[in-house]
Design a protein around this ligand. Sequence first.
Ligand SMILES: [Zn+2]
Length: 117
Amino acid sequence: MFDSHKNYVIADLHSHSTASDGVLSPKAMFERAQEKGIEIYALTDHDCVDGYLSLQELAKQEQSPKLISGIEWSTLHKGMNIHIVGLNFDATHPSVTQAIKKLQNTKNSFFMYLYIN
Ligand SMILES: [Zn+2]
């Protein structure tokens, strides 16, 4: 769907699905992006790439938006909760999957701490 003859691109580079705190499934989000004429699409769920990975086959269709990887990474800086959006990386690289697993374990420990205390 990407038209390289234009001097602009219609992109949605920040969206959330039910893989994190969104309302629509990854598939429904991607289909909606296609319906809206989005040319480049990134699903940036919180601290996971599961939704992005689930779209690989769907994104191979000829009229589909160009799908790029995305994540919204949760972190703390000086006691403040900071979210960092990452785009267009290798979502299956071992360093990425290990970092996500470590973050999810940390979040689980944090929520367990809140629950117990
Ligand atoms: Zn967000």
